[in-house]
Design a protein. Structure first.
Length: 141
C-alpha cells in the first residue's frame, strides 16, 4: 500500500528531527562496543538542542547571552515546522490511512490521547482509581 509507505517515510523523517535515530526505529545505532563501526557525527535533534539551551539558560542567573538568544531564534522555526509536521501526521495523514485501511477491511491504527492508555479497539480505557487501604494507628505504649 503506497499510502502507508509514504506515511511511514514521513513519520520517520519527522521523528528523526525530534528524537535520536534509535528511538525512531533505527536499530543500526545499537551499541556494539569497540567492535562496532566507526563513529559518525549525528547532529543533535531539535529537542536535544532545546534541552541543552534550556539547561544553559536556567543554570545561570544573568540574562541570556547573545549566542543563546540567536539559538532561540534559530530553533523556534525548526520546532514550529517539526511540530506542525507531527500534528499533520497524527491529525490528517493517519486518519486518512485508517480510512483507506477500513475500506479495505484492515484494522485501523489509533493514536491514544496523551495520558490515557488505549485498549485493543483504540478507544481510551476507563481508568479506575486505585483503592487506598487505611492503615490503623499503631498504639504507642
Amino acid at each position: 500500500m503506497l499510502q502507508a509507505e509514504d506515511l511511514l517515510k514521513r513519520v520517520s523523517e519527522t521523528c528523526r528531527k525530534l528524537a535520536p535515530a534509535n528511538q525512531c526505529g533505527d536499530r543500526n545505532t545499537a551499541a556494539l562496543g569497540a567492535a562496532g563501526p566507526p563513529l559518525t557525527f549525528t547532529p543533535p535533534t531539535i529537542t536535544q538542542r532545546l534541552g541543552q539551551l534550556t539547561g544553559a539558560i536556567e543554570s545561570y542567573t544573568a540574562a541570556p547571552t547573545a549566542w543563546q538568544l540567536e539559538q532561540i531564534k534559530a530553533l523556534q522555526p525548526m520546532l514550529n515546522e517539526s511540530g506542525a509536521a507531527a500534528r499533520k501526521l497524527a491529525q490528517d495523514d493517519l486518519p486518512a490511512l485508517n480510512k483507506a485501511m477500513n475500506e479495505a477491511g484492515v484494522p485501523h491504527i489509533a493514536v491514544p490521547r496523551a495520558g490515557r492508555a488505549a485498549d485493543a479497539s483504540g478507544s481510551p480505557e476507563e481508568q479506575e482509581e486505585p483503592e487506598i487501604e487505611e492503615i490503623p494507628p499503631v498504639p504507642i505504649g
